[in-house]
Write a protein that binds this ligand. Sequence first.
Ligand SMILES: *[C@@H]1O[C@H](CO)[C@@H](O)[C@H](O)[C@H]1NC(C)=O
Ligand SMILES: *[C@@H]1O[C@H](CO)[C@@H](O)[C@H](O)[C@H]1NC(C)=O
Length: 298
Amino acid sequence: MKAILFVFPFVLAVAYFPISQCQNLPLIEQTCKQTPYYGLCVTLLKSDPRSKTAGDVQAIALIMVDIIKAKAGGALQHIERLKQKYPALRVPLSACKDRFNAIIIGDVPQAVEALTKGDPKFAVDAANDAALEADSFIVPVIIQCDDNFINQICRRTPFRDLCIATLEPNTNSSSSDVKGLASIMANIVLGNASDTLNYIEGLIKQAPDPQQERALANCAELYIPVVRYELPQAIDALSKGHFGFANYCIADAGKQADACEKGFSGSAKSPLSDRNNLLKSLCGIAVAIINLLAKRLS
Ligand SMILES: *[C@@H]1O[C@H](CO)[C@@H](O)[C@H](O)[C@H]1NC(C)=O
Ligand SMILES: *[C@@H]1O[C@H](CO)[C@@H](O)[C@H](O)[C@H]1NC(C)=O
């Protein structure tokens, strides 16, 4: 659905800008070559029998408008089914539904009017509007409306499976947007770091030899500022939209876990390897999610 909506403004825009006539390509190919989703564009248009007899780019664009209308209608039915299946998601799904309705009731007729009127100014404005919407409004909506939202976000992190395993059991995840997931992840990072610090303090009390004890004390020194200052500051920064600072702190927490691990050598085998590695990976996931957020709002 997301990519289909992306094709929409481009096909509309193509309808108003001259296509190089040097290429002797059939009309569909010629039009779709101007969009970033050539394959999808061709497939969609070829699935509609009217494309065969379409005489110009405007006619192709009108067919694309119809396809978008049908897809948005399909999305509405899909949302309705999801609402039955996941009562907890009623509120965000209703918001999705409103926005799809806006596409069907608002954007589509406007695009049709622009296309049939052939009013160049109005038409170009409509195309620009649609393109703007695809960027600032449709993409986040499509991402949030997807019933596999956590999967989609986790796919964009360096540890997809760990990300899903961490976020899915959290009851707040299912109703969260990207920022909500980033915040859940940052809190899990803090939970793990603080749990590990407690564990380290327990181990220090029963350390078998001085070398081991030194390495453990070194880890405690590294983890204390992470747990007391760095991660709480990151969580605060995240809530205020200071994504760069949040990421700086979280990435640094990962580095401290690494430094702790490297402090063990020789006979002093690290009893913290699993915990340090997990924390490092969780930090990597949190940073990747916050980067998605930063990119989207920039
Ligand atoms: C979910 O969010 C609520 C309200 O912010 C919070 O009190 C609760 O601890 C959260 N639950 C989990 C599992 O994080
Ligand atoms: C540590 O991270 C894991 C995710 O792998 C999570 O399930 C667990 O709840 C976290 N522990 C704490 C104490 O936050």
